[in-house]
Design a protein around this ligand. Sequence first.
Ligand SMILES: Nc1nc2c(ncn2[C@@H]2O[C@H](COP(=O)(O)OP(=O)(O)OP(=O)(O)O)[C@@H](O)[C@H]2O)c(=O)[nH]1
Ligand SMILES: [Mg+2]
Length: 235
Amino acid sequence: MGISVHVLHQAPIGILTNRFRSLDFLNGHTVQKLDRRRWHRGEKTSHDLQCIFIGKTGYGKSTTINSIIGKELFATDATRSCTKELYCADFMLRDGEEDFFSLGDLPGVGESVAADREYLGWYRDFLAKTDCVVYLLRADQRDYSIDCQLFDSLLKESRGRVVIGLNYCDKVEPVNRRSPFMPTAEQERNISLKVQEAANCFSVDPARIIPFSAAEGWNLDRLMMAVARVISHEL
Ligand SMILES: Nc1nc2c(ncn2[C@@H]2O[C@H](COP(=O)(O)OP(=O)(O)OP(=O)(O)O)[C@@H](O)[C@H]2O)c(=O)[nH]1
Ligand SMILES: [Mg+2]
């Protein structure tokens, strides 16, 4: 099955590496021409390093990518499931060359059984073509069992390519009103407990679980450092 992706945004990689120095190694990088990295763009073919964001609907995939890019490009919504197709933001690695670092926003699961079936197929196809998967959870959530099922069915074998993003840290109790957001000592303790809980539940190294807040832009640097580590390992 072909995967069609809507490119919402295209810019030189320097725009992104200026925001996240951990991605500096991508400036001018030549992508190894593996089959799985090949994409057709109209008449042209490109070889891309893909980083995709997956997780249940409303966990903040689109908000996270918007915060990374620093633009409100991807639609977000508090009440409805928003992302129905595959969208991405592409960053050109070398001037005039068709190789990209691409941030992909996949539709959330948990909408309906029929939609989940369709999306899971997409996820699998897409996963086979990615270098890094950012799997989103919510830090203010009580139970990770559904997320764990999805994780096991999709990512058990490819843990090495996964970063778990623990979003919504601004909503961890006891909520504070600091602006810009910074967790209090008590919130930090509760966030650490959540990281440990997720590490046990998903059987991953806690170092791969990055607490952050997409809405507040808190700890995005650390999230991108973890992404950079995975991508550089895959090169
Ligand atoms: N307080 C808080 N709100 C957030 C955070 N991240 C996302 N949100 C809000 O959560 C809602 C849903 O976020 P989206 O980015 O649309 O979620 P999504 O995962 O892309 O959802 P689908 O496209 O339906 O799969 C929006 O109203 C966001 O503003 C966060 O870190 N903290
Ligand atoms: Mg979305």
